[in-house]
Design a binder for this molecule. Sequence first.
Ligand code: ARG
Length: 574
Amino acid sequence: MLRLKEEICKVLAEQLPLSREQVEPLLETPPEPEMGEIAFPCFALAREFKKNPKDIAAELAKDISGRSEKYWARVENRGPYLNFFVNYSKLGREVMEELVSGSYLTKWCSRGSNQVVVIDYSAPNIAKPFGIGHLRSTVIGNSLYRIYRAMGYKPVGINHLGDWGTQFGKLIAAYSRWGDKKALEQDPVNYLYGLYVDFHREADGDEHLEQEGREWFRKLEEGNEDAVKLWDAFCDFSLEEFKKIYHMLDIEFDHYLGESFYNEQLDRVVEYAWQKGIAKESEGAIVVDLEKYGLPPCILKKKDGATLYITRDLAAAIYRYQEFEFSQMLYVVGAEQTLHFQQLFKVLELMGFAWAENCVHVPFGLIRFKDGKMSTREGNIILLKEVIDKAISLAFQTIQGKNPDLKDKEKVAEAVGIGAIKFGDLYHDRIKDVEFEWDRVLDFSGETAPYVQYAHARLCSILRRARDLNGSRVCSIDISEAAMLLEKEEEKTLVKHLALFADTVIKAQKNQKPSILARYLVDVSREFNRFYHSCSVLGEEGNLKEARLRLLEAARPVLREGLQMLGIKAPEEM
Ligand code: ARG
């Protein structure tokens, strides 16, 4: 309802010593529909005017109720609030027209003006299976990518693969002790993961092994041929496996730039820190002291000369700014790395990079299955691939039960199964931990992808059945007539929800929370179902039937494009 909001801001700014920009954040959505669509609380003005907020609301109502504005039908004062009631036929007509013609999103959501936004997401670690833990970053990051793109930004998706670090020394050490080429080739990622687990078990009682691991990593950093060759092979095997998963999830990246890509730039980063006078030596290591900022020191180089995760992140950030000149950079990474990003951004700032303030950590909680946190170390990881396969096969069973004659059942099952996994993740505020329950994510009547997908498919099926034999529909009324005829409460409520699409997309982007959009789509689906239960469409005659069909034509792109922004497919039949 951006247009109603704009109008309210304009009028109130004329009446009050506030600018439009100051009015906007004060506007609220009232809890009950009887209180109108938008409310303006007058508390903030009470001190300024030295008056009771109730009186301010009453006066304001008197002053502006005489005005005939386009998007509100009336305004009332209730206690300290000013409540605005939308002009349905005007708003409904415009929103429906824009949605049906496809101009709605461009008109109301294009705010990016091609600004570059780098999004760092997914970033699994080489030689470890793609665990369910990396799923969140992948799914949330990809949805943000799609939301930003829909708003006219230029997102750049980067996969910062974990392909460097001391663990590769350990892996090479383990492989040179127990390595089995055949086993590696047969099932590379699981085999490597097994080696990693073995290493940690054995290293417990064997100090030499730890030492060997460090030694191999040093060799790798020095470019030792044997070490590099093994590392290369590990990377190729893993990447091949990861790409299969991305393909299944329908997710792509603009760049795969792993940590190792920055190796050549690390000395320069350390040098730069010296130049800027922020580096110092401490027990043989090179560090940036961050005590003043309440943060632990940032270690740039260990005493054995090995570089760290954060050194590579510093180099990556600098490289990305040089390469892309981003206006914002998002790191979609678990909340357990909050401290890491605080250190990273602080050091960038101390290095004098003004753009450091445009770097944002977008944190999220854990996904839990009933048996606790997923960890690669302990070996209790649930493989994402197994999760995906299971979701698709469960979706297939459900479809088989509900609609056995459906064509392309496998394709639909894939869309529903994968959609369910993504939605199960995106629906929750990202900062919270998610408890993953199969029954819940695949429930066709819960707050799930299948619920939204099913509403969309149902809506498509009504529109399909309304077509004539040539596949086209002769429409006897235009949208402004249609909007006038939609008078029932369920119809108006659906229109009102559709009108909130742009507000929702913008809010999701501002907060970097796809959950805001996911929840909205559940609401729209629920309103569609309410409408459908109380208003017959195809059973109706004449203009009313046409008007309702037009309403569905307007609702369809909201569900379809909304799902698309979450990275979820919207099959036309289910
Ligand atoms: N590979 C890391 C991990 O699994 C995540 C990397 C996130 N991105 C970054 N630029 N640090 O924990």
